[in-house]
Write a protein that binds this ligand. Structure first.
Ligand code: FES
Length: 80
């Protein structure tokens, strides 16, 4: 299903970018341009990111230092 019809970006593509570390609509835009034309998809992208699509967001929501955690572990921490 398309999230961004301006650039033909699918929900799965947004989730894949989120899994690769894009945690904000701006980072998604950097990865695939979604949200950079008419902007009507930005809220939908935000909704996708808010549904646990981004592993780092879970750390941030817990008040943990996301980047420091990644540096120490050398990668994404295991899901609880
Ligand atoms: S639908 Fe995504 S920028 Fe227009």
């Amino acid at each position: 299903m398309f999230v961004c019809s301006c650039f033909g970006v699918t929900e799965q593509q947004v989730k894949d970018h989120a899994a690769d570390g894009a945690c904000t609509p701006r980072q998604i835009a950097s990865a695939c341009k979604a949200g950079t034309d008419c902007g009507s998809c930005v809220r939908r992208i935000q909704a996708l990111l808010g549904r646990g699509a981004c592993p780092r967001r879970e750390l941030a929501d817990q008040g943990k230092p996301v980047l420091a955690e990644l540096d120490e572990a050398g990668g994404l921490p295991e899901a609880a």
